[in-house]
Design a protein around this ligand. Structure first.
Ligand code: ME8
Length: 506
């Protein structure tokens, strides 16, 4: 039987400046979800990329005397390097300047025009350059852009429009589906702030700059950057590219678009309407996460309030950064990014709860049994409790991950690791050695190591390098997902690998 498919995407980021920890946040979460699905046996397609057209990029490039393409090429190179340092396991990186995408967007625009869902008219209104967004006066907050709170400009020009208003009722119905947009609060926001005010047709072309995909039948216009960008989720799979579209046939509709909360409107209203116009099925789910903030403000390229994420990776290690991003912020909420918290999380959870547990257990196994373990299977109540909590973890983690609650999944895994530490304190292996109670000592050490093995399989989705290092120290190849539901896969007379410190204290 073919494996079930899972198609997951991140937003495609603007390469207007180098990426910061906020972009890493989305991408690390998407990576953990993709890895977890792969672990469970899904056939996963994980897409990320860059959104390279538009006035903002054109202006940025001008400032440094580069062509837009030269400008974005450098940033994309840097972004790919950053994803590599973070262990991001994407299957495809799409750039909206890729030839196949340019061709497909042009085809999609023509298709919608021929269908009558795109028509020519006049645009008179308000434009926010940093957000590449058009607004009507009723959208503004205190006269400024409702997203970034900056000034908007009045513009009037000939333009093409997409008949967004035509799809209002269907979008309302779609949003009523309780699983489509999560968390639930975002759905109310879309209904109150946009649908209830009425949807205007959307301006989908520009003539005031040239850095974009030309409208093939009216070359003075370029396609609006959001229409260009949103369709990446289709074109990356070969839709309307004129090439092989087997990926599209296999993976569409998308299972999860992961986005930051400020771009929900584009994904939950405009994007489904475009898909309706193209007669294509909708994504199954959109999850909007909150923002990472520094001193109460969103970390952002335009505020420039951030460090290169590689500085954190170099100081604390890649898995500490991944762990922090995945664990610290309850999913869907805003959270603080504070280096001090990152250090604390690393020291308490990774260094103490996980690293010390492994290290002292391996050290004791070497000290008392020359590194060889055996499962006596003679278990007392205290052992049974530990074994129960380890074997019931599967259902708990799966339930957390089915809601994409990565933070809770990690909390649940670490609760079991904490239970292992408590088990050591309660069973006091050093006392068992003193009393020459070697059978009992074997049992205790085996139970801890087998618990660590099972936890590390789950952890491979979140902190893959650490998980690999643990398997090496356990010297085991019992690392597949199907070995998590039963206790006892480490063999009798199994010799462990060499122990070493997983996380030095900082
Ligand atoms: O919006 N905290 O690109 P973008 C958490 N090109 N996440 C953050 C963040 C923060 N402080 N700052 C950014 C765009 N993000 C469009 C998307 S998709 C078809 C087009 C993350 O470079 C978050 O996921 O401004 C947000 O949605 C994304 O970066 C925006 O990246």
């Amino acid at each position: 039987m073919e494996n079930k498919k899972f198609y997951i995407t991140t937003p495609i980021y603007y390469p207007s400046a180098n990426f910061h920890i906020g972009h890493c946040y989305t991408t690390i979460i998407a990576d953990a979800i993709a890895r977890f699905k792969r672990l469970q046996g899904y056939d996963v397609f994980f897409l990320t990329g860059t959104d390279e057209h538009g006035l903002k990029i054109e202006n940025k490039a001008k400032e440094v005397n580069k062509t837009p393409k030269e400008y974005v090429d450098e940033i994309v190179l840097d972004a790919k390097d950053l994803w590599k340092s973070l262990g991001i396991s994407y299957d495809k990186f799409i750039r909206t300047t890729d030839d196949y995408h340019v061709k497909a967007v042009s085809n999609i625009f023509n298709k919608l025009y021929e269908k009558g869902d795109i028509y020519k008219g006049y645009y008179e209104g308000l434009y926010c350059t940093p957000c590449e967004s058009f607004w009507t006066s009723k959208d503004l907050i205190d006269g400024c852009c409702p997203d970034c709170h900056r000034e908007v400009k009045k513009v009037k020009e000939e333009a093409y429009f997409f008949k967004l208003s035509k799809y209002e009722d269907r979008i309302r119905k779609l949003l009523d589906n309780k699983d489509f947009l999560l968390p639930e609060s975002r759905k109310n926001e879309m209904i109150n702030n946009f649908l209830d005010k009425g949807l205007d047709d959307l301006c989908v072309s520009r003539t005031s700059f040239t850095w974009g995909i030309p409208v093939s039948f009216d070359k003075s216009h370029v396609v609006y950057v959001w229409l260009d960008a949103l369709t990446n989720y289709l074109t990356a799979l070969g839709y309307e590219t004129g090439d092989d579209d087997s990926l599209f046939k296999k993976y569409w509709p998308c299972d999860l678009h992961l986005v930051g909360k400020e771009i929900v409107r584009f994904h939950a209203i405009i994007w489904p309407a475009i898909l309706m116009a193209l007669d294509l099925p909708f994504p199954k789910q959109i999850f909007a996460h909150g923002w990472l903030k520094i001193n109460g403000e969103k970390i952002s390229k335009s505020l420039g309030n951030y460090k290169d994420p590689r500085e954190y990776i170099n100081t604390y290690g890649v898995d500490a950064v991944r762990y922090f991003a995945l664990r610290e912020v309850p999913f869907g909420n805003d959270g603080s990014f504070d280096e001090e918290y990152l250090k604390q999380r690393r020291n308490t959870d990774l260094c103490n709860t996980l690293g010390n547990l492994l290290n002292r257990t391996i050290a004791m196994t070497y000290k008392y049994f020359d590194g060889v373990i055996t499962n006596t299977k003679v278990n007392e109540d205290i052992d049974k409790d530990l074994i129960d909590s380890v074997t019931s973890l599967k259902e708990i983690v799966e339930n957390d991950m089915s809601k994409y609650n990565v933070s809770l999944a990690l909390e649940d895994i670490f609760n079991v690791l904490k239970a292992c530490n408590k088990y050591i304190d309660d069973t006091m292996p050093w006392n068992l050695a003193k009393l020459s109670n070697y059978d009992r000592l074997q049992t205790v050490l085996y139970n801890i190591l087998e618990s660590i093995r099972i936890c590390s399989i789950y952890l491979s989705a979140f902190i893959p390098d650490t998980s690999k290092a643990i398997f090496k120290q356990l010297n085991t190849d019992k690392t597949t997902y199907d070995t998590t539901s039963k206790f006892g896969y480490l063999e009798d007379n199994h010799k462990l690998g060499d122990g070493s410190i997983l996380f030095e204290r900082i």
